[in-house]
Design a protein around this ligand. Structure first.
Ligand SMILES: *Cc1c(COP(=O)(O)O)cnc(C)c1O
Length: 217
């Protein structure tokens, strides 16, 4: 696969769903990818990227921004509170607001700085014990808490359980967002982004299908 192949699939999925491709942001997930692959995708004109690790992003994006101009870099991995300040400096959006203590931390920092990245609240739609995210039953209350802290919450994010049909999880996330007046839906990865678009995704997070497999060795 390649960037252009994924863009073509995005457009075709939007057509099937009777949606405007301009309403779906493709986040190219560049975590762990060699710099030459990231540069190649930048050279093709991609402007929106996703990273999972604050440290890795810090070593990469200040230089790439200086070289390639304004870019949108999104934090899509779990965020430790002690990295919150650094994350706010680095990222244009954070998709993984998942607990009250982090909401308070971000709200304090936002007040000091007078600005805050756009935020998505991660929902653990499968209620998996090992996975981050607010449990579906706690979601309405948590969204209200975050809004009460004046945080710029723009939507919800989920990572469906592996090996399960993603669509029921995407639909559940869309229902939860609509019920709370949120329009952003960060959902869909390499293996299921077309289903996510059909379910209303506004942000899809696609890594390996653009860059190739990640080599963690
Ligand atoms: C790594 C990652 C992705 C991209 O996964 P691919 O299967 O490579 O597309 C998307 N979302 C999150 C939260 C990730 O951690």
């Amino acid at each position: 696969m390649s960037l252009s192949a994924i863009q073509a699939r995005l457009i075709s999925a939007c057509k099937s769903a009777d949606r405007n491709p301009a309403d779906v942001t493709l986040i190219a997930v560049s975590k762990v990818q060699p710099l030459d692959r990231v540069r190649a995708v930048l050279a093709e004109g991609q402007k929106v990227f996703g990273e999972n690790y604050v440290q890795e992003a810090q070593g990469k994006w200040p230089d790439l921004r200086a070289e390639f101009g304004p870019l949108d870099v999104h934090m899509i991995g779990p965020l430790q509170s002690n990295k919150a300040k650094l994350a706010m400096d680095l990222f244009d959006a954070i998709h993984t607001l998942d607990r009250p203590s982090l909401a308070k931390k971000l709200a304090n920092l936002a007040q000091q700085r007078g600005q805050c990245p756009k935020l998505f609240i991660q929902i653990n739609t499968g209620a998996e014990p090992q996975k981050a995210g607010v449990l579906p039953d706690d979601a309405d209350a948590f969204i209200a808490t975050a809004s009460g802290l004046d945080l710029p919450v723009v939507g919800l994010m989920c990572i469906p359980p592996e090996g399960e049909d993603s669509t029921p999880h995407f639909n559940a996330l869309a229902t939860l967002a609509a019920r709370n007046g949120l329009t952003g839906l960060s959902m869909g990865m390499s293996s299921d982004f077309e289903a996510a678009i059909a379910a209303g995704a506004t942000h899809i997070r696609v890594g390996s299908a653009i860059f190739g497999a990640r080599d963690y060795s």
